[in-house]
Structure formats: C-alpha cells, structure tokens
Design a binder for this molecule. Structure first.
Ligand code: GLY
Length: 315
C-alpha cells in the first residue's frame, strides 16, 4: 500500500494512509487526503481560501479516476461548494456521466446534500486580489470588471505567471492492488471566468489504470491539456518504461509545445508495482509518499526536467 502526493498534500497523507490501513479503497484514501487539503485555509491553490478568478469568484475543479474500472468523475468551474473531490467522486458513482461543469455541478452538489457556502474566500485574499490587479489596471477598470465587454484583454494583463500553478495530487494503491488518482484545484489565480484547467480533465491532469500505474499534474494546466500529459505518462509505463523514463518523456513532450504561454509543470507518478516519482520544470520541487510500513511520509526532491518558460513574448 502506498500514497503519493504533491507536497501540499502533507496535511492529508496520514489520513489517506489510515484509510488504506483500515482496509479502505484507494478511491476513499484519495478522497480523504484531498478533502483535508481542500479545507486548509493556508493553501491558496485548492479549495477553501484560494485565489479566485478575475471577477473575485472562486471556481473549483476536481477529478478522480478508479484504476480498476477506469471509471472517472469530474467537476469544473463549480462555485459555492467546498469539497470538489467528493462531488467528483459522486459524479463517478451516481451518474452515467463523467464530467459536470458550472451550474450543473452546483445543482448536483446540492442534490448530494453538500452545504452551500458563500464565504469560501477570506478578506485577506480579496484584498490581495485588488492590490495585485490594480498594479495592471486603472481603478475604474477594476471597479467595473464584471460589466466590461473587454475582459479578455484585461485577463492577459492580470494573469500572473507566478500563480499558474498550485493544485493538489493524490495517488494511492490499496491492499487489493487497486490504484486511484485524484486532483483538486482552484486553477489559475485571476483566470477568465469559466476557464477549466487540466485538473478535471481525465487524461490531462489525472489518469489511473491498475495495469500500468497512475499520474497527475500540478502546474500550468493548459500545457497538460495540450499534451494529454497524465495519460501520456501511463501510456509510457504501458510501453514498458520505468517511472523515471516515463516521467521524463512526458515532460519532454511538454517542452515541445509551441506558443506564447509556457510555464511550470510538475508530475507525480506511481507504477503498478508501487514505484513512485516526481518531476518538475523548476529547480526546487519536492513530492511526498508514504508506504504502509512507514510512520510518516518522506519528501524527496522531484527530478528536474528543464522546460524554459515563455510568457507572452510577442506582446
Ligand atoms: N493545474 C491546475 C490548473 O492549471 O488549473
């Protein structure tokens, strides 16, 4: 049994391992671990008290994939409900669908009995948003953002390349050998309303298949969507590569992307035999893992793979 997570999963990895040790499934372990990150007010990239979109609205994305059946569930751009990973799991288990977005996701969350919350972002984050956006736009633009018909212009200025990452990944393998991958995020800070990243997109930010392994991404979701990164990693495992080879190969695919918006990417990987790894395009990243015989997690460095950042160089 093993749990692997992005380093901001520290607050949830023990709970995830406790689920596995009690005989619970990998799906339940992943959900338990991610819920604690979603509730953590110190993490501004996942769940409660995260950076909102450009209009100041918190929109949450999450997905979960059961590697035994390849069943999956996801929610995107969901407002007003905290535990996006649980709603994603319920989509997987209660509906004939895989992915609900926006009002549909919110309606479903209400039907599932989730409590609606109007106060998911604290004042300090809203004050930081105002201060940050006013660096790039006049006060009269900021004050009328919701009414503007040229929001697409302002979002380019307001989008902060230093806040295009974040997100939490959990991968788990249970006592039955079943593997699950889960991802939850609030997405880019100051994103365009309705923007979806890779986190809720199966194959982009999240993939699990018992026969080969699992992978999940944190970083600039647009890159992982374009390269189908999580699925690529699992495909490379399927082709017989090691965790190290598969992760590096998927990172190299990202380096081949063209275009003006290339930023950070990080992967966590778990193969069917319980080998894990982490990969990053910046120098100082770590990930965490804990096996059943460990009292606590360890936090190794991720393997660095250079992906030179490019940020709107044509501007
Ligand atoms: N990786 C999270 C996002 O881009 O939304």
């Amino acid at each position: 049994m093993i749990v692997v997570a992005s380093s901001n999963g520290r607050v949830g990895i023990q709970a995830a391992m406790d689920v596995l040790k009690a005989g619970g499934t990998a799906v339940s372990a992943v959900e338990a671990g991610i819920r604690l990150v979603e509730a953590n007010p110190e993490d501004h990239s996942v769940g409660y008290n995260s950076y909102p979109n450009i209009l100041g609205e918190l929109e949450l994305d999450a997905s979960i994939m059961n590697g035994r059946s390849l069943e999956s569930g996801a929610v995107g751009a969901m407002r007003g409900y905290l535990y996006a990973i649980t709603v994603a799991r319920q989509v997987m288990e209660k509906l004939p669908h895989v992915f609900l977005a926006g009002e549909g996701a919110e309606r479903f969350a209400a039907e599932m009995g989730h409590e609606r919350a109007s106060d998911l972002v604290r004042e300090e984050i809203m004050a930081f948003r105002e201060e940050r956006l006013k660096r790039d736009m006049p006060a009269e633009v900021f004050d009328n953002l919701a009414q503007r018909s040229d929001l697409y212009e302002w979002v380019k200025l307001a989008t902060d390349p230093q806040r295009t990452y974040g997100t939490v990944n959990f991968l788990a393998k249970d006592s039955h050998g079943d593997i699950c991958a889960g991802v939850s995020t609030s997405g880019w800070a100051w994103k365009y309303p309705g923007r979806l990243g890779d986190s809720p997109i199966i194959g982009a930010g999240n993939y699990a298949d018992n026969r080969y392994g699992a992978a999940a991404c944190t970083g600039m979701g647009e890159m992982a969507i374009r390269a189908c990164t999580a699925h690529s990693v699992v495909f490379y495992l399927k082709m017989g590569m090691s965790v190290e080879e598969a992760g590096k190969r998927a990172m190299a695919d990202l380096n081949d992307l063209g275009g003006r918006f290339i930023s950070r990417m990080n992967l966590v990987v778990l193969d069917k035999d319980g080998n894990s790894g982490g990969f990053t395009s910046h120098q100082d990243g770590t990930y965490i893992y804990q096996t059943a015989d460990m009292d606590t997690y360890v936090e190794p460095n991720r393997t660095y793979v250079n992906i030179p950042a490019r940020w709107d160089q044509e501007k």
